[in-house]
Design a protein around this ligand. Structure first.
Ligand code: TYD
Length: 138
């Protein structure tokens, strides 16, 4: 494999008190091991839709469903597909490099926030599954 590949489910510490709850995420920390250069969020998703359907070459991302829930279907090209359900804002999924991922089962009102290590760069995307399989086998 010529590119990195990592996937990890993370639990953030919640700072709760009588007023409610708060999670703070800082770049270059244990839970977000990269400098945050971009944030995007997916919301108002059409029922039944599946997003993603790609992998990255080098990008590092931290996915957090800050409202509602959704499922991230992850495939490292090893014959095993893992579904990670993000259903609370204290839970995150770290993805780096060659992990093919789909985003699906968005609940009504779900907001999926993604912190990323780099600016948007289409040349970092692998959108063709056969190309992904070739990269993993390389
Ligand atoms: P797309 O890659 O299809 O979203 P997803 O893989 O999450 O389903 O992106 C949809 C559009 O938004 C596409 O035209 C590219 C654009 N886009 C940006 O301009 N910047 C970004 O950071 C992202 C993630 C997408």
């Amino acid at each position: 494999m010529n590119y990195p590949q990592a996937m990890q489910v993370l639990n953030f510490s919640e700072k709760g008190d009588a007023r409610g709850r708060l999670v703070a995420l800082e770049g270059s920390s244990a839970v977000c091991p990269f400098e945050i250069k971009r944030c995007y969020y997916i919301y108002d998703t059409t029922p039944g839709t599946v997003r993603g359907k790609h992998a990255h070459r080098r990008l590092k991302q931290l996915l957090v469903c800050v409202s509602g829930s959704c499922t991230i279907r992850c495939d490292r090209g090893n014959g095993q597909v893992e579904d990670v359900v993000l259903d609370w804002p204290d839970k995150g999924l770290y993805l780096e490099g060659l992990v093919w991922h789909d985003m699906l089962h968005f609940s009504k009102g779900a907001v999926l926030m993604v912190l990323a290590s780099d600016h948007y760069d289409e040349s970092d995307y692998i959108r063709d599954r056969a190309e992904f399989d070739r990269e993993v086998a390389r």
